[in-house]
Design a protein around this ligand. Sequence first.
Ligand code: 13P
Ligand code: SF4
Length: 302
Amino acid sequence: WPFHLPWIDAIQQLKRERGAVIMAHSYQSPEIFHGVADITGDSLALAQAAAQVDAGVIVLCGVHFMAETAKILAPDRTVLIPDPEAGCSLASAITADDVRSLRALHPGAPVVTYVNTTAAVKAESDACCTSANALQVVESMGADKVIFLPDQFLGRHVASMTNVELVLWNGRCEVHEQFTGQQVRHVRERFDARVVAHPECPPEVLEEADFVGSTTAMGSWLERERPARVALITECSMGDNMRTRFPDIEFVKPCNLCPHMKRITLPKIFDCLRELRHPVEIDDGTSVRARAALERMLAVGR
Ligand code: 13P
Ligand code: SF4
């Protein structure tokens, strides 16, 4: 990335001076994911890393709920997000009040929330999960009925694999909900490609896929299967980043950009490191309760 190199060099230097570590989600652009990040992965991998990191400063290149999760799990560290406006349609689909109302409607049912939620919603939950361990977390609750929030498509996918009754919410990822079954059939027929989809996609898309999984699970599937040609039905940068990792695989590119993930840029990373700008702050009461839900997820693992 010749045009990016001055920024990459400057960020690397500043990172050493600040004793900082940069974490990047798989949906970050390649110049961030490959150019400046020390730790990369899906939202579960970033949460696991935040719980263990030694550095005094963490720069979270991803969306706001990911930075909040890192801060909750590493409360003594400074956690910076290069653009605090980087939101998520799932995180804004539900409030703490909504969770309390659902509990009142379904007394005794434990609440499992996807990490794509605010700290306040996590604080109302019994356990968090990511797309990598949603089924395992739901089944670990030992209940016949679980309130599962807020992604209805991930929820329906989990419900199809378990006997636990799930109470769902109507949240959706604005990026993955746009894919259609017809698009997937077209890609398969026209390009003779294997199809891998993220569980935030609509059920008709998941039915057409050869494999459904989180971003890290997609990488492991590619490692195992080594298809000649594959379509990753997910955010665009996922394919770009995997292309570098698997140069022998041809990536067909039906993908959608997440406008929130794309708010993070090299100049904003540089600025936030230089000024220690945009630290994530969460009040202690919320943080302690949200941490209990996150730790329950981490205990289940992947
Ligand atoms: P992962 O849990 O697979 O990292 O996905 C997070 C996300 O925001 C997907 O849209
Ligand atoms: Fe949220 Fe979807 Fe963007 Fe992921 S891709 S951060 S779920 S809006």
